[in-house]
Design a protein around this ligand. Structure first.
Ligand code: FAD
Ligand code: EPU
Length: 351
């Protein structure tokens, strides 16, 4: 296990902000992972496992150990109607999607080009273009950080929801995901339920055509983190009660909503932010993306405070105009643990 001290996290997260951590290690086996968590000198230090860092913001220097997930490997087993993949958690998600297409395995094409590791995918139940991880996940295996044993949770035990799972609640900070099982039907059934895909039914007749179409939309809509630092959608799309949605819709007839299974209605946070006139709004080096208001970018030299001030300003603006509370999708970490916008700004207000 290679240990590095006082390392900048700039190249270990897609926001590309220059924030240091005290120790950084890459674990490429479960033994190394266990060693990082059991090392006597580090026992009392905070620890944080990181995949590709595409959904995190470091709000302060991290005074602990950052463990980079380097667990690699995958295997394929077939049953009568399905292909079953067992994938180690450090594998690259977009790489896996592309690999499956090359192997004539389909079902992941709607989830093309979502940055991150395979093991991070269940945490927020990644989703795009009408498909969520829950639709193809068979199981998730994790290392229990108390007992250092491996447990397999079947998909229905993972409590998947919109950008949500058991790993953000009961199992938060208690486990490291080490592998994911995916179950993909052998018979291809395109999922063209998402708005723009429906209109292209005639063109989208193979997994490859869906994959390419989705890659094109994503490249045209979302900034490439290799060029411009960002963490994808900064906020989740809010889910309102039907009553609340109808009240807003009466005032803003152009507002659209998507009905959820639990009776709530999901609305587009990007639309709300855009209608507050905030596209292109900038604080220091943090900028609301001029084409996609839900994405905050590091326009160069952004500090954590620039991003936090911008995010807070957006949250307050949307609340004042629409009475809707935005919740950030991006995970925040301070010097030792996870935090959030409300905690940070309510602390500041008390000073
Ligand atoms: P990280 O950012 O490294 O980690 C995220 C969180 O998971 C952290 O709290 C970390 O501690 C924890 N974690 C990481 N690995 C493990 C593990 N093995 N065990 C336990 N905890 C762990 N998301 C979508 O859902 N849909 C999209 O369409 C989408 N588009 C995006 C586009 C762009 C340009 C970007 C930058 C991001 C996008 N995202 C999207 C968000 C991001 O891709 C996902 O959240 C992804 O799953 C994060 O993976 P990661 O490996 O980078 O996780
Ligand atoms: N919109 C605006 N102005 C904007 C941005 C969006 O009016 O500046 C409107 C669009 O016109 C559209 C609606 O908002 O009517 C939704 O926009 P879009 O289709 O671009 O999707 P999104 O809600 O911004 C969500 C996910 C993405 C995912 C896409 C495709 C969340 C928080 N975000 O984005 O996931 O890729 O749908 O399924 O659910 C991520 O989680 O990081 C992410 C990128």
């Amino acid at each position: 296990m290679n240990v590095n001290r006082n390392v900048s996290l700039k190249s270990f997260h897609t926001f590309g902000i220059d924030v240091p951590c005290d120790f950084l290690v890459e674990a490429s086996t479960i033994n190394e992972l266990t060693e990082a968590y059991q090392k006597t000198e580090w026992l009392l230090l905070p620890k944080l496992v990181l995949g590709k860092g595409s959904n995190v913001l470091f709000t302060e220097p991290f005074h602990g150990v950052v463990v980079i997930n380097g667990l690699l490997g995958k295997s394929v087993v077939e049953s009568v109607d399905h292909v079953h993949l067992h994938v180690s958690s450090g594998e690259d998600w977009p790489g896996l999607v592309e690999w499956t297409l090359g192997e004539n395995i389909h079902g992941l094409e709607n989830l093309a080009l979502i940055p991150g590791c395979v093991g991070s995918a269940p945490i927020q139940n990644i989703g795009a273009y009408g498909v969520e991880l829950k639709d193809i996940c068979e199981y998730v295996e994790y290392l229990n950080l108390e007992t250092f044993t491996i447990t397999r949770l079947m998909a229905e035990q993972c409590l998947f929801g919109y950008r949500d799972s058991i790993f953000k609640h009961q199992l938060l900070g208690k486990v490291v995901i080490v592998a994911v099982g995916l179950k993909l039907p052998k018979k291809w059934q395109p999922n063209l339920s998402y708005g723009p895909l429906k209109e292209e039914k005639e063109l989208l007749t193979s997994p490859k055509s869906v994959f390419e179409y989705i890659c094109d939309i994503r490249r045209s809509k979302l900034p490439d983190p290799l060029v411009t630092g960002n963490a994808g959608s900064f906020f989740k799309n809010p889910v309102l009660s039907l009553e609340c949605f109808n009240r807003l819709k009466a005032i803003y007839p152009e507002l659209s909503g998507f009905s959820m299974q639990d009776g709530g209605v999901k609305i587009a946070a990007g639309w709300l932010i855009d209608r507050c006139g905030l596209k292109g709004y900038q604080i220091g080096g943090a900028l609301v993306h001029p084409q996609q208001a839900l994405v905050l970018v590091n326009s160069g030299g952004a500090t954590p405070n620039d991003v936090l001030d911008l995010a807070w300003f957006i949250k307050q603006s949307v609340k004042d105009k629409y009475g809707v509370e935005l919740e950030h999708e991006v995970r925040f970490f301070d010097s030792e643990c996870e935090t959030n916008l409300d905690a940070i700004f309510s602390e500041n207000n008390c000073e």
